[in-house]
Design a protein around this ligand. Structure first.
Ligand code: NDP
Length: 263
């Protein structure tokens, strides 16, 4: 285990920095979409993985079975990231079942509901605040207390956390700007423990929240230099990299996975 006073960059050349064996991970909102891809890849690379979900119990259990059948270790916990007590209890349960400590937290649970100021309902605004901002705060606060030195906090933001580039996206875009702000502050707060904190910012990724079909998807693809939607696995690859010991000097960053959309 890295200690707060050692220098994780000062390691022998043959150290395996591309391995997550013996690491423990929690992925919020891991039952489908980007979160599920992250959970699968972290498990493939050797981590023991806890996932949370709010409604999709069957999907979550199916993913756990898939990971387990492939030789990995995973389990699922019902914990609504938008309910403070449930979010904290979910973290506590995950840490307990992972053996009392955590190495990697992926704050993925999030919702996107759009509408212009004056038309977006108060409830919709508040729910996005609850899940996308408060959920990230309370989950991380509970998780870092049990995180080992050298741990990783990886927040799933959005390209809309860089620029609010479409009308009607102010509330969601604001929540993802908040995630980027928390990332920068926590990178400083947790640096003494060699815990890195970064935001991964997906562009348009094909999930149930963002289906690759119809006129809207066609318009989006015209704005993406690579000319297509991204796949959840393409986001997970960056998440898994940031989780590695190899990524020990990357912290406080916002990194786009957007097919060049904001280039
Ligand atoms: P999906 O809607 O496909 O999946 C969301 C996942 O989060 C599900 O597992 C869902 O589980 C879970 N979840 C939702 N609400 C809660 C909650 N309150 N508590 C716990 N879990 C919850 O979304 P994506 O995979 O597309 O998005 C994942 C993240 O990526 C989000 O933070 C989103 O903002 C971000 N993102 C996505 C982009 C895209 O194009 N897809 C672009 C930019 C950012 P359940 O079904 O049980 O609720």
């Amino acid at each position: 285990m890295t200690t707060a006073n050692s220098d994780p960059g000062d390691r022998p050349m043959n150290t395996d920095v591309f391995n997550l064996a013996s690491k423990t991970a929690l992925v919020t909102g891991g039952s489908r979409g980007i979160g599920a891809a992250c959970a699968k890849l972290l498990a493939e690379r050797g981590a023991s993985v806890a996932i949370t979900y709010s409604r999709s119990a069957e999907r979550a259990e199916a993913l756990v079975s898939e990971i387990t059948a492939a030789g990995g270790l995973a389990f699922a916990i019902a914990a609504d990231a938008g309910e403070v007590d449930a979010a904290k209890a979910g973290v506590a349960q995950a840490i307990d079942r992972l053996g009392g400590h955590l190495d990697i937290l992926v704050n993925n649970a999030g919702i996107a509901e759009h509408g212009p100021i004056g038309l977006l309902s108060d409830d919709t605004f508040e729910r996005q605040m609850d899940i996308n901002v408060r959920g990230v705060w309370y989950t991380t606060s509970a998780a870092v207390a049990a995180m080992r030195d050298g741990g990783r906090v990886i927040n799933i933001g959005s390209f809309l956390g860089e620029r609010v580039s479409a009308p009607g996206t102010s509330a969601y875009g604001m929540t993802k700007h908040a995630v980027a702000g928390l990332t920068k502050g926590w990178a400083r707060d947790l640096a003494a423990r060699q815990i890195t904190v970064n935001t991964v910012e997906p562009g348009s990724i094909e999930t149930e929240a963002n289906p690759n079909e119809g006129e809207r998807a066609a318009m989006i693809k015209m704005m993406v230099p690579l000319g297509r939607y991204g796949q959840p696995r393409e986001v997970a690859e960056l998440v898994a990299f940031l989780a590695l010991p190899a990524a020990s000097y990357i912290t406080g960053a916002q990194i786009l996975v957007d097919g060049g959309m904001l280039a």
